[in-house]
Design a protein around this ligand. Structure first.
Ligand SMILES: [Zn+2]
Length: 426
């Protein structure tokens, strides 16, 4: 007889299957014979063959370093099952460091090309982070791994240069001035804690482990996970402590089993990352609505977002880093080169905004609206017209800002001759 493995609480397991992966749990020597018998029946029935070199075994407890009557490549420390390491040592760190290596390699692949900030956030959210979500549902990520990953993500985002906007701001969603970068420490916590929710009424083998290891510390949130009639550990493991702390954060919105996923995630995010209050009166939701207008592509949204956050390396900013003289690089201009100067005050851009004013007058059929500093920097107080005309004006003004900055960089880096306004009269 093939003896099953007993889980504390009453469940038994012999075999686990995932896609073409089969895991058998053998708990005494006699069962190997039964296992071999079952497998040979299976082989005769299906014509399939078991490949001993691809069959891996992990010896646990008393079987360490022992000869076992089964043809497999035996190991005694750790074994990888579906991308997760199991065994002795610290399989969590092993798994997580492997995943972060992979994430870093992927970011290096993307790092060589020019991608806007918005584009990079899409790459991170869509191609880098998904590597983490699966192990995230099984293992708590060690603190060191989180730090390493965050450093790598922000290095990729800012191309290894100075970070011009606080990380906390970048993590906010678009409506609150951020870039919508997923705050992965919050999401990982959320994913792991969600397993507890699915264990509450489940009879699957994993639910018995949750009740055994977590029942005692999680009963405050889920009374049904705990019962005096089933065994439970008095000392939860690190992963269950982690889950308990997450549930505590979640419970700030009320009863965790009654709240929506969105609220629960928000509670974790508020606890770990926190909301950002706009530092400057102008930076309300209106500004971000303009920055992320539908009429704009990533490159233009990027430029507007940077302008609104003062995240542009002007000479004045460089002076604050003790580099250069801080003066506008255009010949004949002697003012400090701040962001408002580059895009509005500088005499060399006045003509462009005059041209824009003429265009706006023609499109809006009104001559009471005047282009202002706040419109140029933050898109505030747009002309009172319908959204499609407003969209055109937003697009044109964003294009002007893109051209101003490109021209300014031409002067600084290639000694270019300055903007040819005539080319803008097309
Ligand atoms: Zn100037």
């Amino acid at each position: 007889m093939f003896r099953p493995f007993h889980i504390p609480g009453g469940a038994t397991v012999k075999c686990l299957q995932y896609a073409d992966d089969v895991i058998c749990i053998v708990s005494d020597l006699a069962s190997f014979k039964a296992l071999t018998g079952t497998l040979s029946t299976f082989q005769r029935a299906t014509g399939a063959r078991l490949n001993p070199t691809k069959t891996k075994g992990l010896r646990l407890g008393k079987w360490w370093w022992k000869q076992l009557p089964f043809a497999a490549s035996w190991v005694d420390d750790a074994m990888k099952i579906n991308g997760i390491w199991f065994g002795y040592g610290s399989p969590e760190s092993l798994t997580w460091n492997e995943k972060v290596d992979l994430a870093e390699a992927r970011m290096t692949d993307y790092g060589g090309r020019y991608i806007s900030l918005m584009g990079k956030v899409s790459v991170i959210n869509g191609f880098i982070y998904p590597l983490l979500w699966y192990p995230g549902t099984v293992l708590a990520a060690p603190e060191g791994v989180l730090v390493r990953l965050e450093r790598a993500v922000f290095k990729f985002l800012w191309s290894g240069k100075t970070e011009l906007v606080r990380r906390k701001v970048v993590y906010q969603d678009l409506r609150h001035g951020g870039l919508g970068l997923v705050h992965f420490p919050s999401k990982l916590r959320f994913l792991l804690a969600k397993c507890v929710f699915s264990a509450v009424d489940s009879e699957m083998p994993f639910a018995y482990f949750v009740r055994y290891w977590g029942g005692f510390s999680l009963r405050g949130f889920f009374p049904s996970l705990f019962s005096n009639s089933v065994p439970h550990s008095g000392r939860p493991s690190r992963t269950y402590c982690h889950m308990r702390d997450t549930l505590r954060m979640m419970s700030t919105v009320g009863d965790v089993s009654q709240s929506s996923e969105r609220d629960l995630y928000q509670a974790i995010f508020d606890g770990l990352a926190g909301r950002v209050q706009p530092g400057y009166y102008a930076l309300g939701p209106e500004v971000w609505r303009v920055v992320h207008s539908r009429s704009l592509d990533y490159r233009r949204r990027d430029r507007l977002w940077r302008i609104a956050h003062d995240a542009i390396v002007t000479n004045l900013k460089r002076l604050r880093w003790r580099l250069g003289d801080g003066i506008c690089p255009r010949t004949g201009c002697t003012k400090w080169e701040s962001v408002p100067h580059v895009f509005w005050h500088c005499g060399f851009v006045a003509l462009l905004w005059e041209w824009f004013q003429v265009l706006a007058d023609r499109l809006t059929f009104c001559n009471t609206w005047a282009v202002s500093k706040n419109y140029v920097l933050y898109g505030l107080l747009p002309p009172p017209v319908n959204t499609s005309v407003r969209g055109i004006l937003t697009f044109v003004s964003a294009s002007i800002k893109l051209a101003i900055w490109r021209d300014r960089c031409n002067i600084v880096f290639r000694g270019g001759g300055g903007l040819q306004t005539s080319s803008w009269r097309r």
